[in-house]
Design a protein around this ligand. Sequence first.
Ligand SMILES: [Zn+2]
Length: 315
Amino acid sequence: MADRPMVRGRFAPSPSGRMHLGNVWSCLLAWLSARSAGGGMVLRLEDLDPDRCKMEYCDQVMRDLEWLGLDWDGQPMYQSRRTEAYAEAFRSLERQGLVYPCYCTRAERLAVSAPHRSDGGTVYDGRCRRLSPGEREALARTRRPAWRVQVPEKTITFRDLLQGEYKEELHRDCGDFILRRSDGVYAYQLAVVVDDGAMGVTQVVRGSDLLDSTPRQLWLQEVLGLPHPAYGHVPLLLAPDGRRLAKRDRDLELGQLRETYTAPELVGRLAFAAGLLPEYAPVTPRELLPLFNWDRVPRGDMVCFLPADGNGPEI
Ligand SMILES: [Zn+2]
């Protein structure tokens, strides 16, 4: 379509609590990357997990983005309302003979899995793929299965906007992964791929903790006949003791930060950390548009010092 912007980025927060500074950092860079190219920006609330996500957090995320000055186009998408689209993609993979039930309990899975190369997760050995129909039937009497997709022996390579070339051998480094949990909830990897396709997303900017999800997503796009977006994985902000920021770091949560900082003060500190300002100054996201350049953004994770009293060293 001639009127579709060349770049379409997305915010994809998980509304399991208030956004923390790390989420704001990723959202700011995603927005700058898309908008500075004259592109569009869409919002998707990744509220798939009914145990963790609440409607009030979805509303709060949108109010926080507005407060920061980060806008999006059109109506937000809620993953909790997308079950039928995920089911359709699941059926397509089933028709291709790629899906099988896994009856392993968590303890069994850990016992038969090799440690994953980078994220501390594990590589499943595919044992339930080899079950006979009779064995499946027997297990199905007492257990509800999760559903896995069978990955090929294939190397997936892509060039990240920030991290350069990244490569993974799906079979060896990742293994057959879960598409649908035993409680019926569709897995993040499937939902993200289906939604990015449906929303016409052409550029995914997110935290580098998701870098090793990307080969799985690129492969799913291939087998589902969806286009590949470009990917940019931004460094993580770390707590002073080196941990990743988490929702439990209350002092770096927007609820707390908004009591101490104005939006331009917060955005200015992040922009300085991103190499977009020579020194700290309050600034709006819109004022940063002409300054945005991927070449300036640091590659490595950064320790973040942002005391809740507004004093002291910056990020
Ligand atoms: Zn299994």
